[in-house]
Design a binder for this molecule. Structure first.
Ligand SMILES: [Zn+2]
Length: 326
C-alpha cells in the first residue's frame, strides 16, 4: 500500500507497517482493526461530535485523469477509481473521515473537523447509460468525454470544520476568503505513464517515478503502444502523456518505432480516501472551496451512515440550495 497526498510539495510515501501513520488510514468499518485502532476510532467519534460552531463547506477534493490529467505532484487518478464500489474504496470512502490542517493526520488529536458527505460529479453517459464506465472501450469513453456540457467527474466533499479548533480557517470561511484543500488517500498500487511498471510499495518504483516524475523524455513509440495493448495506458489519457498531436497519431495509428516525447507521471489505483486537509498550497489547482454551505445548521440528530447515497445526495443538494438562496 502506498499513501498519497495531493499537496503542493513532494509527496511522501509511508511504510504500511508504520502503525502511527497507517492506523488512521481507514476510519470506516474495518474488521481488521487492532484494539488500538478501535480505541482510536472511538476517540475520534468523540472529537467529531456535533457542535454548533462547526462551519460546513463544500469543496472540490480531487479531479480525474480523463479531464484534469495529473496534478502538481504528477499523480493521476483514473475516473474508474472514483466509482469503485468496493467497501472502503472510491469517492464514498471520504464519508465519515476527518478533516485536518496541512495533512497532520498522523495524530487524530490534530483533527479540525470531519467529512459528513461526498458527492461525485458523475459523467453523463447518455446513450451508454445502461453500461458501466469500466466496461466501455476507449473510443466510447472519448465519445462520452466530448459530450456537450459534460460533467467533470470530480469528487466534492462536504467538510465540517470546528471553529473552536481552527479559528483562523473559520474566520477565513466567514469572511468568504478562498480556502485551499488537499486530500489524502491510500492506493493499492500505481503504474508509470511511460514504462507501465506497476508498484505496490515504494521500492518497486521504476526510475521514471522514483527520480523523474513530471519529466518529458524521449521513448520509442512501441513502448507506449505496448502499454496501450496491455491496458496499462488508455487512449483517452494520451493527451496528457504525449503532448504533441503527431506523437499521439504515431502511437495510436502508426506501426513504426519512432521516437516520441512522453511525460512521466504516476497513475494511481485502488483509492481509499482517508482525510481532507485545509492547506496553503493545494496540488489540485481547482481544489478550492466552491462555496460556503452553512455555518450554523443542526446536524446533531442525523446519523449519516443511516442514509443511502441517493438520500445523502438529496440532503447535499438541499444544503447547497440553502446556500444559493433557492
Ligand atoms: Zn517507468
Amino acid at each position: 500500500m502506498i499513501t498519497k497526498t495531493a499537496e503542493y510539495q513532494v509527496p511522501y510515501v509511508i511504510c504500511p507497517t508504520d502503525v502511527n501513520n497507517s492506523s488512521n488510514a481507514n476510519f470506516g468499518n474495518n474488521s481488521s482493526w487492532t484494539p488500538d485502532t478501535k480505541k482510536l476510532a472511538s476517540e475520534l467519534s468523540k472529537i467529531t461530535k456535533y457542535d454548533p460552531d462547526y462551519r460546513f463547506i463544500r469543496v472540490r477534493a480531487i479531479g480525474n485523469l480523463e479531464v484534469d490529467g495529473d496534478n502538481a505532484n504528477c499523480d493521476a487518478f483514473p475516473y474508474s477509481e472514483f466509482i469503485d464500489e468496493r467497501d472502503g474504496y472510491g469517492y464514498k470512502s471520504f464519508i465519515g473521515k476527518n478533516a485536518f490542517r496541512e495533512h497532520q493526520s498522523d495524530d487524530i488529536n490534530n483533527s479540525i473537523g470531519y467529512l459528513p458527505e461526498a458527492y461525485l460529479n458523475a459523467f453523463d453517459l447518455r446513450q451508454y447509460a445502461e453500461r458501466n464506465w469500466s466496461a466501455l472501450d476507449s473510443k466510447e469513453r472519448i465519445d462520452i468525454l466530448n459530450f456537450d456540457n459534460q460533467k467533470d467527474g470530480s469528487i466534492e466533499v462536504l467538510m465540517a470544520i470546528d471553529a473552536s479548533r481552527e479559528p483562523v480557517i473559520a474566520r477565513k470561511i466567514d469572511k468568504g476568503e478562498p480556502l485551499g484543500v488537499s486530500m489524502g488517500t491510500n492506493i493499492t498500487h500505481s503504474t508509470c505513464s511511460v514504462c507501465g511498471n506497476t508498484a505496490y510499495f515504494e521500492p518497486e518504483y521504476c526510475n521514471h517515478i522514483a527520480y523523474g516524475k513530471g519529466a518529458t523524455i524521449a521513448v520509442q513509440a512501441n513502448q507506449i503502444r505496448d502499454n496501450l495493448n496491455k491496458g496499462l495506458m488508455r487512449e483517452e489519457w494520451l493527451p496528457f502523456v504525449l503532448t504533441r498531436v503527431a506523437d499521439r497519431k504515431e502511437v495510436v495509428n502508426g506501426s513504426r518505432n519512432k521516437i516520441v516525447l512522453a511525460r512521466t507521471f504516476e497513475i494511481n489505483y485502488g483509492c481509499s480516501f482517508f482525510e481532507l486537509s485545509a492547506v496553503a498550497n493545494p496540488a489540485y489547482t481547482r481544489g478550492y472551496q466552491l462555496e460556503k454551505v452553512a455555518s450554523r445548521m443542526d446536524y446533531s440528530n442525523i446519523n449519516w451512515s443511516n442514509y443511502s447515497n441517493d438520500q445523502l445526495t438529496e440532503i447535499y443538494n438541499f444544503i447547497n440550495g440553502v446556500v444559493n438562496g433557492r
